[in-house]
Design a protein around this ligand. Structure first.
Ligand SMILES: Nc1ncnc2c1ncn2[C@@H]1O[C@H](COP(=O)(O)OP(=O)(O)O)[C@@H](O)[C@H]1O
Ligand SMILES: [Mg+2]
Length: 230
C-alpha cells in the first residue's frame, strides 16, 4: 500500500534579515493512511512548519514531500488547490471561524460548491453538525458558543469535503482539559471509525497519549518516533 505521506530530507529555512532560521533540518517521515499521529515538541521546534508542508500550504527549501504517491513539487497548481480544499482538512488552535456566520454557515461555506446542489449541501451540513454533537447549535454565531463548541464547528468545517487527512495544530490549546478530551475523542473517532488520517500537533502529554504513534521534534529534527506501525 502506498503511504499517505512520504517526506524525504525535508528542510525549511527562513531568511530573516540576514540570519537564517532552520525551522526543519532534514525530516524523513512516512505516514500511513488511517494513522492517528501526535506531533510533540517545544515551541519553535518546527511543528507548525511541518503541518504547513503536509497541508501543501508551503514548500520545502530542500527535500521532497509526496502525498498519496505524488510529489507535491511536481503537482500542478490546480492539483494543489484541489488537495487543500478537498483532500485535506485544517483545524487551528484559534478555531478561525467567521464571526458573522452561524455554525451551519461556517461549515457550508467551506464546501466546494460545484460538487453539490444547495439541498445536498444543507443535508451534509446537518449531518456534519450532528456528527460533532452540535445539531442544536446550528444557528448560533461563534460568539454564542463555548470554546469547545467552536472547535467542534471547526472540525465539522474541516470535514466538509470528506478529506482523507485532518491536520490539527494545537487544537486543544485554548480549551480546558475536559473539553480538550472531548475534542480529541472526536478526532480519534474520525480516525477509528472513518479511517481519516489525523495529524495532531500538541503540547499536551495527555492529548498526545491518545495517539498510538507519537513523534517529537526538537530544533527542526525528529528526535523520537514511537509506535510506528510495523
Ligand atoms: N514565516 C516565518 N518566517 C520566519 N521564521 C519563521 C516563520 N515561521 C516559523 N518561523 C521560525 O521557524 C521556527 C519553527 O517555527 P514553528 O514551526 O512555528 O514552530 P512550532 O510550531 O513548533 O512552535 C521558529 O524558530 C520560528 O520562529
Ligand atoms: Mg506552532
Amino acid at each position: 500500500m502506498t503511504p499517505l505521506y512520504v517526506l524525504e530530507g525535508v528542510e525549511r529555512r527562513y531568511d530573516r534579515g540576514g540570519t537564517t532560521v532552520h525551522a526543519l533540518r532534514g525530516v524523513d517521515l512516512t505516514i500511513d493512511g488511517g494513522e492517528l499521529l501526535a506531533v510533540e515538541g517545544p515551541s519553535g521546534s518546527g511543528k507548525s512548519t511541518l503541518l504547513q508542508l503536509l497541508g501543501a500550504l508551503d514548500t520545502p527549501t530542500a527535500g521532497r514531500v509526496a502525498f498519496d504517491g505524488q510529489q507535491l513539487a511536481q503537482a500542478r497548481d490546480a492539483t494543489l488547490t484541489g488537495l487543500r480544499s478537498e483532500a485535506i482538512g485544517f483545524v487551528f488552535q484559534q478555531f478561525n471561524l467567521i464571526p458573522t456566520l452561524t455554525a451551519a454557515e461556517n461549515v457550508e461555506i467551506a464546501m466546494v460548491p460545484r460538487t453539490r446542489s444547495k439541498a445536498a449541501r444543507a443535508q451534509r451540513v446537518t449531518a456534519l453538525l450532528e456528527q460533532v454533537g452540535l445539531a442544536d447549535r446550528r444557528d448560533h454565531l461563534p460568539s454564542r458558543l463555548s470554546g469547545g463548541e467552536q472547535q467542534r464547528v471547526a472540525i465539522a468545517r474541516a470535514l466538509a469535503n470528506g478529506p482523507r487527512v485532518v491536520l490539527a495544530d494545537e487544537p486543544t490549546g485554548n480549551l480546558d482539559s475536559v473539553t480538550a478530551t472531548e475534542v480529541v475523542d472526536l478526532l480519534a473517532g474520525l480516525c477509528d471509525e472513518q479511517g481519516v488520517t489525523v495529524v495532531l500537533v500538541t503540547h499536551d502529554d495527555e492529548v498526545a497519549s491518545r495517539a498510538r504513534r507519537r513523534i517529537r521534534l526538537r530544533s527542526g529534527e525528529v528526535v523520537s518516533d514511537t509506535g510506528t506501525p510495523a
